[in-house]
Design a protein around this ligand. Structure first.
Ligand code: C2O
Ligand code: CU
Length: 495
């Protein structure tokens, strides 16, 4: 009996690694075949260690029936394989670069040791073509994270390099077994159907941020899903596009948002539309009610993210079609209300930091984004923080475009936007700072192994980051004498 039970657990564990969240669900067999993602293969027998091989290489991928493109891929697929781990697991990734250019892997949102953060220069040397690098770290927090390069990231992510990292917490009870990982992105193709040059449109396109011509969900256009009416499903969504915002709409069917970047949020919120800026994640439950053969579509409606970002553009109507299956509707109880006890970071004693997001237009040079205030330390050319310190950042966006503001290595809590409190409480690593608005957030530079270093902060419209919207925060030991430890050359590396 015991042996049988263990055998069953082992099989259930395998099933989870093969890409399914759980063995038992309410949906018909094959319901999610149209949204299939490849899954990383764990080669390590230790149940608490997930060890995978990951190769970056150019490969031909099909983005729509009959339409293929030579993309930059992890493991030959766009998106790269979903990596599934449990919170507290050790993740070992044997990464090999078979691209024609140097690269790294950055684990977006994961509180990794600094040496594993994938920023070329400060964290690690860039991985040159033909070279390898092993990433090895404990995954400390449940949630949906993702991975992408940090070398010429606008170009490389735009070419197809991104994948999801799902950190599951076996003790988390959301009461929904049918789960989908959704990677939203886009890809810019030229008239001959090949990858568009990443600098197409010149410096003015940097100012806007380039949106790809082909909108993708799990690497495909016009995906499909077969659903059992009345059965709740959990969608774990990441916006991996380099510039495009997604504002998801299911024709009035609400999204019940239960979490975001850093796992579950304080309490759930019903949303008619779901906005994801580049880099952000959402954890939502949707419950479609559809007769057999009846359909609804998931679309992305227009987002005003600044000057000339809606003119001449159209909603994207064809992300995903949900079709009612010919099965008995589900009439069981709705899933339980999901809550998470989160404590607001104490504001008393927090160091105040003012940051301004700027755009300068020198008369005879390319426009340049910047973070003013960030470079106030001549010594480090970075913000400074001590381990254990809490800081309140007032981020004012003085430009005419919105900026998804991302901090490496730490979660923050968003306090307010233009003075209006932001609720519910949640851990974030990326927050949209709308144009001409001010967002306040609070961050604690928690003590943990390998936390010392110059952690990046930047806009996740990657064209903006490369046009200058980036900085770093130098985190130093609490007891360091005579100022924070010196970085090698007072320089925090190229994005
Ligand atoms: Cu998603 Cu600096 O990165
Ligand atoms: Cu930006």
């Amino acid at each position: 009996m015991r042996a049988l039970l263990f055998a069953w657990l082992a099989i259930a564990g395998q099933a989870a690694l093969a890409g399914r969240a759980s063995a038992v669900g309410l949906q018909p067999d094959g319901w999610d075949a149209g949204l299939e993602l490849s899954a990383a293969t764990d080669t390590n027998p230790n149940p608490r260690v997930v060890e995978i091989n990951l190769e970056a290489r150019v490969a031909r991928v099909e983005i729509a029936p009959g339409q293929s493109v030579d993309a930059w891929t992890y493991g030959g697929r766009v998106p790269g394989p979903v990596i599934r781990v449990r919170v507290g697991d050790r993740l070992i990734v044997h990464f090999r670069n078979a691209l024609p250019s140097p690269t790294t892997v950055h684990w977006h949102g994961v509180r990794v040791p600094f040496q594993m953060d994938g920023v070329p220069g400060p964290s690690q040397p860039a991985v040159n073509p033909g070279e390898s690098f092993t990433y090895d770290f404990i995954v400390p927090d449940a949630g949906l994270y993702w991975y992408h390069p940090h070398v010429m990231s606008a170009a490389q992510s735009g070419f197809g390099l991104y994948g999801a990292l799902l950190v599951e917490d076996p003790d988390e009870n959301v009461g929904v077994d049918d789960e989908l990982v959704m990677v939203l992105s886009d890809m810019a193709l030229n008239d001959s159907g090949a990858l568009e040059a990443p600098d197409a449109g010149g410096s003015i396109a940097n100012v806007f941020g380039r949106e790809g011509s082909h909108v993708l969900l799990n690497g495909r256009q016009q995906s499909s899903l077969v659903v059992r009416s009345g059965a709740p499903q959990r969608w774990r969504i990441v916006n991996a596009a380099k510039s495009r915002y997604f504002n998801l709409d299911l024709g009035g069917l609400p999204f019940k948002q239960i979490g975001g970047d850093g796992g579950l949020q304080e309490y759930s919120v019903e949303r008619d539309t779901l906005l994801l800026a580049p880099g952000e994640r959402a954890d939502v439950v949707v419950t479609p009610r559809l007769g057999p053969g009846e359909t609804i579509t998931l679309r992305s409606i227009l987002v005003n993210r600044g000057m000339f970002t809606t003119e001449g553009r159209f909603p994207y109507d064809d992300l995903l079609t949900l079709t009612g299956a010919s099965v008995e509707p589900y009439s069981g109880p709705p899933p339980p209300d999901v809550r998470r006890a989160l404590t607001p970071l104490p504001r008393a004693g927090a160091t105040q930091v003012d940051l301004e997001l700027t755009l300068d237009q020198p008369p005879d040079a390319a426009p340049e984004y910047g973070i003013r205030g960030a470079l106030y330390s001549a010594r480090h050319k970075a913000l400074e923080a001590r381990i254990g310190e809490t800081q309140t950042w007032t981020v004012t966006n003085s430009t005419k475009w919105s900026h998804p503001f991302h901090l490496h290595g730490f979660f923050f809590q968003v306090l307010d936007e233009n003075g209006a409190p932001v609720k519910p409480l949640a851990w974030k690593d990326t927050v949209d700072i709308p144009f001409e608005r001010t967002v306040r957030l609070i961050v604690r530079f928690d003590d943990r192994e390998g936390v010392t270093g110059a952690w990046m902060l930047h806009c996740h419209i990657l064209d903006h980051a490369e046009a200058g919207l980036m900085g770093a925060v130098q985190v130093s030991p609490a007891n360091a004498k005579g100022g924070p430890a010196e970085t090698e050359d007072g320089h925090y590396g190229k994005h």
